[in-house]
Design a protein around this ligand. Structure first.
Ligand SMILES: N[C@@H](CCC(=O)N[C@@H](CS)C(=O)NCC(=O)O)C(=O)O
Length: 285
């Protein structure tokens, strides 16, 4: 069986890019990659350059080219990749589960366009990440902010990035996600209480997404929220961390830039969101 010809457009620290890299590794597909310097992290802002907008007019990563066809958005990319047979016979859509159900969970665990922020586990992650995002945006030169203002095709992103550059909206934003986050975590803890290994009986698209969700919690100093208070999730997360795709698709992409950023950010990181989440878990569990 010959492998498809794949080029991935991604960013090292992008949550949705991590998902696609993990899925590609699990499927065993070799791929070429093109790193895009995102406008919220790098002065170059390559995702809003003409060349990249010709690939994804929304200006977001990931996008992928499979045998000449471009697909954008993590959920659709992984869904389409899974339709291609792989030499290792890995299927991220288990046969015994209804496809619509898997797609619903996949959509709820990534950043789905058009879904209200903080309403699903996937859209809660950017809300929790907003202090870090704001920290990065404040370091951009004024010329990069002007480029975002003039060229970003998504009005919602443009407005929030500019608000972050000028003010401090991220002081309150993470608190908007706490209620729904705790409900989602408790839902997962109940599900995993039956001792299952993965979300379904075999490793699937949902496990790919949850691996990235939990990894983001680590970056944000929130890993304690999936630890001793939720022992079934804790065990599941340990299992996800032991996969090669976690190391090769996520951890290996942390460059000095990301490491420096995270360590600097932590020096001033206040833990009030963590405290509020842990208190809510105690109340609701
Ligand atoms: N629905 C898309 C969301 C993609 C997305 O929001 N990507 C972020 C990185 S995780 C991005 O490109 N941000 C840069 C920007 O909005 O300017 C997906 O699932 O891939």
């Amino acid at each position: 069986m010959s492998n498809p010809n794949i080029t991935l457009y991604h960013a090292n620290w992008s949550f949705c890019s991590q998902m696609v890299r993990v899925a590609l590794l699990e499927k065993g597909f070799p791929f070429d990659k093109h790193h895009i310097k995102l406008c919220d992290q790098y002065p170059e802002g390559e995702n809003i350059d003409k060349d990249y907008l010709a690939i994804n007019p929304l200006g977001t990563v990931p996008a992928i080219k499979i045998d000449g066809n471009i697909i954008c958005g993590s959920e659709e990319i992984i869904y389409q990749l899974d339709k291609i047979d792989s030499n290792n016979n890995c299927s991220l859509y288990p046969d015994n589960v209804n496809e619509t159900e898997i797609r619903k969970w996949a959509s709820n665990t990534t950043i789905t366009d058009g879904v209200k922020f903080a309403s699903t586990l996937g859209t809660i992650m950017p809300v929790f990440s907003s202090p870090l995002l704001q920290y990065m945006i404040k370091q951009l030169p004024f010329s990069s902010i002007m480029k975002i203002l003039l060229r970003h095709p998504r009005r919602d992103r443009k407005m929030i990035f500019i608000a972050m550059y000028l003010g401090n909206p991220s002081k309150k934003i993470p608190f908007m996600g706490i209620n729904n986050y705790v409900d989602e975590i408790i839902k997962l803890e109940k599900l995993f209480a039956d001792g299952r290994n993965f979300f379904y009986n075999t490793f699937s698209h949902i496990d790919v997404n949850l691996m990235c969700v939990f990894n983001r919690l680590v970056d944000l100093g929130l890993e304690e929220t999936v630890s001793y208070k939720t022992p079934f999730i804790y065990k599941y997360w340990e299992k996800l961390k032991s996969r090669n795709s976690y190391k090769n698709g996520i951890l290996n992409y942390y460059t000095d830039k990301e490491k420096k950023l995270l360590s600097e950010f932590y020096k001033n990181n206040d833990s009030s969101v963590l405290k509020a989440i842990l208190e809510q878990i105690d109340k609701k569990i």
